[in-house]
Design a binder for this molecule. Structure first.
Ligand code: NCD
Ligand code: ZN
Ligand code: ZN
Length: 399
């Protein structure tokens, strides 16, 4: 096949290091096929899947089950997180070489994974291989304080807006003490980024993520979107949003936190409606558009969506720019303008908070390991074409 890329721009396939593909247990929302097809449509050629599935990815056995599902269905390359519990400290360390990272929920969110006590947090931090990151959902668990709730089945209760400073400070202090790699998921405020920068200046091995949701939406959009804008951490003020762009230097990765829930689930009363929005298909278009508008340098996007995720998570065949990486390639027409709509959303949930947004730059073709996998809005790759990523033995690739 002859590829005519005249007038196109070439980008490396993006790595989305934060998706919730709901397989197994929530496949009415998403599964490894629909999720990876959505990824492909959005120029994302590698995903790292979160462990808050049903059952959670919190044991060797559950990890094996998830691997088998992804192997059958995925159309892009994939890796997994292992979910921390109060008791699976040794098991997590034993399977560490099969996962990209550990995910530890210090605040409750969708699913039942939650570790809030000092002792299991400390033990995980000191026992899991120090060079392999622990990714923390570092939100202060105020609902537990307010309601005395145990576990997170009550996570959809109304509660005061979450803040992250207490959980984040604990995570930073323990990481410093034990000398481990720590990655902070979905930071949303200036204060968090200041704390992270301060810790890093002291030599703490901490990196952090921001989501396109918090880069491009604010609490004003939450008003407009209602439950569809409900997410953990919540959409913030305009000034918090501005701080994320002002502190862009401190941010290492952009991950979507693609967290699909069906329209029906979202249309329940506010307190019952689950938190999370889709995102894997819209990240590259939104960021590319921002680059075209001069808001950010294209290279700064590639750094946060390709190079840094590959280094932080030890994805040794991914990451572009270096010799010997997989030919994961996106061809994009930089001139074509189109409107993001719910109809074009490939996720089983069929909606996006960005419906109605016009972007400049349309993905034309996507190659996974050199093979044409997506063209003209159509997925060509067969289920099972995706492969499990290979991990570097040491994850200390990140300086
Ligand atoms: C995520 C989900 O639904 O899995 N929800 C969310 O609001 N972000 C879980 C999470 O990342 O906290
Ligand atoms: Zn989270
Ligand atoms: Zn998440």
């Amino acid at each position: 096949q002859i590829i005519d890329a005249e007038g196109m721009m070439v980008l490396p396939g993006f790595i989305d290091s934060h998706v919730h593909f709901r397989d197994p247990g929530g496949t009415h929302k998403e599964d490894f096929l629909s999720g990876t097809q959505a990824a492909l449509a959005g120029g994302v050629t590698t995903i790292l899947d979160m462990p808050n599935t049903q059952p959670p990815t919190n044991s060797r056995e559950h990890l094996q089950e998830k691997k088998a599902l992804a192997a059958q269905k995925a159309v892009v390359d994939y890796g997994f997180y292992f979910g921390a519990t109060d008791t699976n400290i040794e098991e997590a360390a034993a399977v560490a070489d099969q996962v990209a990272a550990m995910k530890l929920y210090m605040g409750s969110s969708t699913g039942s994974l939650l570790v809030t006590e000092f002792s299991p947090i400390y033990r995980h931090f000191s026992t899991f291989p120090l060079d392999k990151p622990i990714v923390v959902h570092a939100e202060d668990e105020q609902s537990l304080i307010y309601f005395g709730a145990q576990g997170s089945t009550e996570h959809n209760r109304a509660r005061p807006p979450l803040s992250a400073q207490i959980a984040l400070s604990r995570a930073l202090a323990i990481a410093e003490k034990v000398g481990r790699a720590l990655h902070i998921a979905h930071t949303t405020t200036q204060r968090e980024l200041e704390l992270i920068q301060e810790a890093r200046n002291k030599g703490v091995r901490v990196t952090c993520e921001v989501t396109p949701l918090h880069l491009f939406l604010t609490e004003d959009d939450q008003q407009r979107l209602g439950n569809f804008g409900k997410v953990n951490p919540p959409l913030r003020s305009k000034s918090d949003q501005a701080a994320l762009w002002r502190y862009f230097d401190v941010i290492d990765t952009i991950g979507t936190d693609h967290a699909p829930h069906t329209k029906e689930e979202k249309m329940q009363p506010y307190q019952k409606a689950p938190s999370g929005m889709t995102g894997v298909q819209t990240m590259l278009p939104l960021l590319f558009n921002a680059a075209q508008e001069g808001k950010v340098e294209p290279g700064e996007i590639i750094k946060r969506c390709v190079v840094n995720p590959a280094r932080i998570f030890g994805l040794k065949d991914k990451g572009a720019l270096e010799v010997g990486k997989d030919a994961d390639i996106v061809l994009i027409d930089p001139q074509q303008v189109y409107e993001i709509t719910n109809e074009k959303i490939v996720s089983k949930c069929g909606w996006t908070p960005f419906a109605g947004t016009k972007v400049k730059g349309k993905i034309q073709q996507v190659f996974v390991r050199g093979k044409l996998a997506f063209e003209h809005d159509t997925c060509l790759a067969q289920p099972g074409n995706g492969r499990h990523v290979h991990y570097a033995y040491h994850h200390s690739l990140y300086a």
